[in-house]
Design a protein around this ligand. Structure first.
Ligand code: GDP
Length: 440
């Protein structure tokens, strides 16, 4: 995420880092580089100019030249300003209605349908919410089918009316359906066009007036840079929406949209989309995003993602199995599946301070576990439950079944054994024993 911008800002600020004292000249030079980095990231020109002006004023106001670690102070000032620019505090959804109505707007292809599904899934996982998805794209039957597929995938009901070509009537009928069936959130996916056009604006504006949603969200593809900002402005003029959803931040996004959009429309970014999977949704925290842009990682979000996947009952079962030496490859497989649900590997690495920068040129395959999974799938249930029975001939069979070599099978078995031992030690409060083992 934002690798290029991170790199350039890092280089710009690096000049100041580690210097005991710096001059007004190299502060000016640094800020010029910062501005260039922002412009390259497709940040709006006026915003970039204002940004460096504010940073300079603050830096001089805080006597950055005479502090002990001017480089660090500058990084902090830049971080605080980036945070401010992206919205300051995180802003949640207004879910006060009964039901709460959320209207999605945005261009075709921006990721509206995908995000509607992600949001429904996110709210459903909160346990107190029972969402209803509504398909209001009356022009593209395929779009209605797509929402049904998504709904099925996440176990959320989808309301549609294929013969009906009046989106206002469909949304009203959907709200009535929600009230009658105990849905407390209604998420309405609307039709988009490839570019802003008057008919689309009239249609969404009519729906908006008729149903008066608590939340009108504007979904935008972050890859479109300055265009994203212009489209946001056009939609905001008509809808006066409540929040922005930035999608496709997992791609090679330059960052301009994330940084500029708040200042242009004065509406908060509420969520981000970081992948095609239903789990790839994050609340947008300006301060965490600023950390990531400055290469400081985002451990808080990483831990939160892990917690979302954490299931207390499953964890207890696992503990018992480990204690009884019954941890097998099926358990291992389900652990891998949980990690995969946390997001794509490169994105996860980017959340570890320093790792994102280190890994940026390494192509981490999202299917990093594919080989391991193939090997495990080639084992019989008996072998998975009791790996110690895997002898040479079994290894050969597993290798050819999974398209891997016997060495690869051996390696996995070795790793598995080490991991089982380590888990057992940690269970027995054997932290000390483990330290001992690591020393040896
Ligand atoms: P809509 O026309 O606005 O409803 O857009 P869709 O939801 O159909 O999304 C368009 C394409 O973008 C689809 O191929 C999605 O899988 C993809 N997409 C949506 N959100 C994301 C995201 O956060 N990351 C990535 N990589 N792809 C996304």
């Amino acid at each position: 995420m934002f690798n290029n911008l991170s790199d350039k800002l890092d280089k710009a600020l690096h000049v100041l880092k580690g210097h005991g004292s710096i001059t007004e000249v190299n502060v000016a030079e640094t800020l010029k580089e910062v501005r260039r980095a922002l412009l390259d990231a497709d940040v709006n020109f006026k915003i970039a100019k204002q940004f460096t002006k504010t940073v300079k004023e603050k830096a001089l106001g805080q006597d950055v030249l005479t502090t002990l670690q001017p480089g660090q102070l500058m990084v902090k000032i830049v971080k605080d300003e980036l945070t401010q620019l992206m919205g300051g505090d995180a802003e949640g959804l207004n879910l006060s209605g009964t039901p709460s109505i959320i209207l999605m707007s945005g261009l075709q292809g921006s990721g509206k349908t995908t995000f509607s599904g992600k949001l429904a899934n996110y709210l459903k996982n909160k346990k107190t919410k029972k969402p209803l998805l509504v398909a209001c794209d009356v022009y593209r039957p395929a779009a209605i089918d797509q929402l049904h597929v998504v709904g099925e995938q996440i176990g959320v009901e989808v309301f549609s009316d294929k013969g009906n070509n009046d989106p206002v009537a469909i949304s009203q009928a959907a709200i009535a359906h929600a009230k009658a069936n105990g849905h407390n959130v209604v998420i309405i996916d609307t039709a988009g066009r490839l570019a802003v056009d008057a008919a689309m604006m009239t249609e969404i504006s009519n729906i908006h007036k008729a149903i008066q949603p608590q939340e009108t969200l504007f979904v935008v593809d972050s890859m479109t840079g300055q265009d994203a900002v212009n489209t946001a402005k056009a939609f905001n003029d008509v809808l006066n929406f409540d929040g922005v959803i930035l999608t496709k931040l997992d791609g090679d996004t330059r960052g301009g949209a994330a940084i500029s959009i708040k200042s242009v429309v004065d509406k908060p970014i509420k969520f981000i989309g970081t992948g095609e999977k239903m789990e790839a949704i994050d609340v947008f925290y300006p301060s965490r995003m600023a950390d990531r842009i400055l290469g400081m990682g985002d451990v808080v979000s990483l831990v939160e993602r892990a917690q979302e996947q954490f299931d207390e009952v499953e964890a207890r079962k696992l503990q018992k199995k480990i204690a009884k030496n019954q941890f097998g490859f099926d358990d291992f497989l389900s652990q891998i599946q949980q990690i995969k649900k946390m997001g794509n590997m490169k994105d996860l690495m980017g959340m570890i301070p320093g790792a994102g920068k280190m890994m940026k040129d390494i192509d981490i395959d999202d299917d990093a576990f594919k080989g391991i999974e193939a090997i495990i799938h080639s084992m019989t249930p008996k072998e998975r439950a009791n790996p110690s029975i895997i002898n040479a001939s079994r290894k050969k069979r597993i290798g050819s079944g999974s398209g891997t070599s016997v060495q690869e099978v051996n390696q996995l078995l070795k790793q598995f054994n080490q991991m089982s031992k380590m888990m057992k030690m940690m269970q027995g409060g054997g932290g000390k024993k483990m330290m001992q083992m690591m020393k040896n």
